[in-house]
Design a protein around this ligand. Structure first.
Ligand SMILES: Cc1cc2nc3c(=O)[nH]c(=O)nc-3n(C[C@H](O)[C@H](O)[C@H](O)COP(=O)(O)O)c2cc1C
Length: 181
C-alpha cells in the first residue's frame, strides 16, 4: 500500500484540526498506509537553516528529520484551517524548511472554516505551486454544516465522496510521477 501523510497544520491546544484529521484517516484508511505529521508534535523552530532550502544543504537534525518524513510520503493531505484568511504560520515555516522535497509531490487540501476554509486553501495552493508540488485539489468543510466549532464531525455523504475523489486524484498523480521517473 502507498504511504499517505496527513499534515495537521493547526498547532493550537483543543484544535478542531484533530477531529478533521480523524475523519480523513477513517475515510481513507483502507486505501493508504496513513501517517499523521502533526506540526504541534514535530515542533520545528522558526526557520534556522544557514542556506536557502533551494540549495538542498540542510545542517540541523530537525530539518533532516522533517525531510525524511516528507520524503517518506507518497502523497500528502493537508488538514488546514483558515486564520484571518490564510493558512497557519507554522505550516508556512514547515514548507519553507524544504524545497526539492515538495517537487511533484501529490498533495490535496482539506480545509475547514466558516467559508469552508476556501481563502486559506487558495493561499496554500499558491504557496505549494511555488514549491512545485502537484496540488490535485481541495475540499472545504463548513462550520455549522459539516462540523461544529467544537469539532463534532457531521459531514454529509457528499463530503466523504469528495474526499475519496481527491484520494483517487492523488493516486493518479502518484502513478504519473512514477512513470516519469
Ligand atoms: C487567529 C484566528 C483567526 C481566524 N480567522 C478565521 C478566518 O479568517 N476564517 C474562518 O472561517 N475562521 C477563522 N477563525 C476561526 C477558525 O476557523 C476556528 O477557530 C477553527 O477551529 C480553527 O481551527 P483549529 O481549531 O484546528 O485551529 C480564526 C481563528 C483563529 C484562532
Amino acid at each position: 500500500m502507498n504511504n499517505l501523510s496527513i499534515i495537521v497544520s493547526s498547532t493550537r491546544p483543543e484544535r478542531v484540526g484533530a477531529h478533521v484529521t480523524t475523519w480523513v484517516r477513517e475515510t481513507l484508511g483502507s486505501d493508504w498506509n496513513i501517517t499523521v505529521l502533526d506540526l504541534a508534535e514535530i515542533n520545528l523552530p522558526f526557520l534556522d537553516e544557514p542556506q536557502m532550502a533551494g540549495t538542498g544543504i540542510y545542517t540541523n537534525p530537525h530539518t533532516l528529520a522533517w525531510k525524511e518524513q516528507v520524503d517518506a510520503a507518497d502523497a500528502i493531505v493537508v488538514v488546514n484551517p483558515e486564520y484571518n484568511g490564510f493558512f497557519p504560520a507554522p505550516l508556512k515555516n514547515a514548507i519553507d524548511f524544504l524545497f526539492a522535497e515538495w517537487e511533484n509531490k501529490p498533495m490535496a487540501i482539506v480545509g475547514y472554516g466558516f467559508g469552508g476554509g476556501a481563502r486559506s486553501a487558495g493561499a496554500l495552493t499558491t504557496l505549494l505551486e511555488n514549491v512545485k508540488a502537484h496540488v490535485v485539489g481541495s475540499l472545504g468543510l463548513f462550520f455549522n454544516t459539516d462540523l461544529s466549532t467544537s469539532g463534532e464531525m457531521t459531514p454529509t455523504d457528499g463530503k466523504a465522496q469528495e474526499l475519496r475523489a481527491l484520494s483517487r486524484q492523488l493516486r493518479a498523480a502518484l502513478a504519473e510521477r512514477s512513470q516519469a521517473a
